[in-house]
Design a protein around this ligand. Structure first.
Ligand code: ATP
Ligand code: MG
Length: 273
């Protein structure tokens, strides 16, 4: 991987964030990355979660990696030195468990919230950089929000879906005000939707009421193939090209590439809330 020029503005850097756990952040980060790569976009997936689920789901062997997002944020190596490639055309900056201790290791470092932004600025060969955030509004998520041009928020279609959203939106507003004025909301993505479930329908409707201008048209259904594919180290489009999960993430990638093409008034992405 070659180092690139600093200062390029063409890359769209998207933080996939929600401090609520298990809402589909990692599933979205992997499968949206793979779907965008299928559409010939150059993609880097940054794993910023000490759980390293995105790295495992992309079949990155922990034993074989020398560097990770941890070493990059600690300043032990350049971003390009830590990037692995995958069979499905997505480059990955993998995570390792040591990331969990980084907040303590960087206590007192004035630039600690800006380290990811600085590291990613050294790369300009990507169309999209997707950052898989941990389920917390901690220093790692703040690093992602400061590095990002927009935030994609997966929301599980179940009771308490809106819980925590206000905290996330407040944090985004604070980051925007203090450090990253152009930080946009890429969109809220409804995940694990089961159309036979009355509650899921109610929550999906509620989200439409609350966020009419910031909701993706695509809804990701509950689909067992999406849950199975990471254990094979594959995105769902390689595991089962025809399943509902594959269709959904390809549709989402299409929406992101050409947000106006569907012609609905419901979708207005990249606006500020
Ligand atoms: P964490 O907060 O722990 O990082 P997360 O927000 O990244 O979690 P995922 O790991 O993507 O969430 O998803 C949580 C679980 O739900 C996983 O087991 C995943 O395989 C499964 N899952 C995610 N999306 C779907 C879906 N649409 N249909 C079925 N299962 C899903
Ligand atoms: Mg995750």
């Amino acid at each position: 991987m070659l180092p690139a020029n600093v200062g390029d503005t063409m890359t769209r850097t998207i933080a996939v964030a929600n401090q609520k756990g298990g809402v589909g952040k990692t599933t979205t980060a992997i499968n949206l990355s793979a779907s965008l790569a299928r559409m010939r976009r150059r993609i880097l997936l940054v794993d910023l979660d000490p759980q390293a689920n995105a790295s495992a789901g992309c079949n990155i062997d922990r034993e074989s990696i020398e560097h990770s997002s941890y070493s990059v944020l600690l300043g032990l190596c350049e971003a390009h030195e830590a990037i692995s490639t995958t069979a499905f055309g997505v480059d990955v900056l993998p995570a390792e468990a040591d990331l969990a201790g980084l907040q303590v290791e960087l206590v007192g470092a004035e630039d600690r919230d800006f380290r990811l932004r600085s590291a990613l600025k050294t790369l300009d060969q990507y169309d999209y950089i997707l950052i898989d955030c941990p389920p917390a509004l901690n220093m790692l998520t703040i690093n992602a929000l400061i590095a990002a041009s927009s935030v994609l928020i997966p929301v599980q279609c179940e009771y308490f879906a809106l819980e925590g959203l206000s905290g996330l939106l407040e944090t985004i507003a604070r980051v925007r005000q203090a450090h990253n004025p152009s930080l946009a909301i890429e969109g809220l993505l409804r995940t694990m939707y089961d159309r036979r479930n009355r509650l899921a329908n109610e929550v999906a409707d509620q989200l439409r009421e609350h966020f009419p201008d910031n909701l993706f048209r695509t809804v990701v259904p509950r689909n067992v193939r999406l849950a199975e594919s990471p254990s094979y180290g594959m995105p769902v489009i390689d595991y089962d090209a025809k399943c509902a999960g594959s269709e959904a993430y390809l549709a989402l990638a299409g929406e992101m590439i050409a947000p106006a093409s569907g012609g609905t008034t419901e979708l207005k992405t990249r606006t500020n809330l």
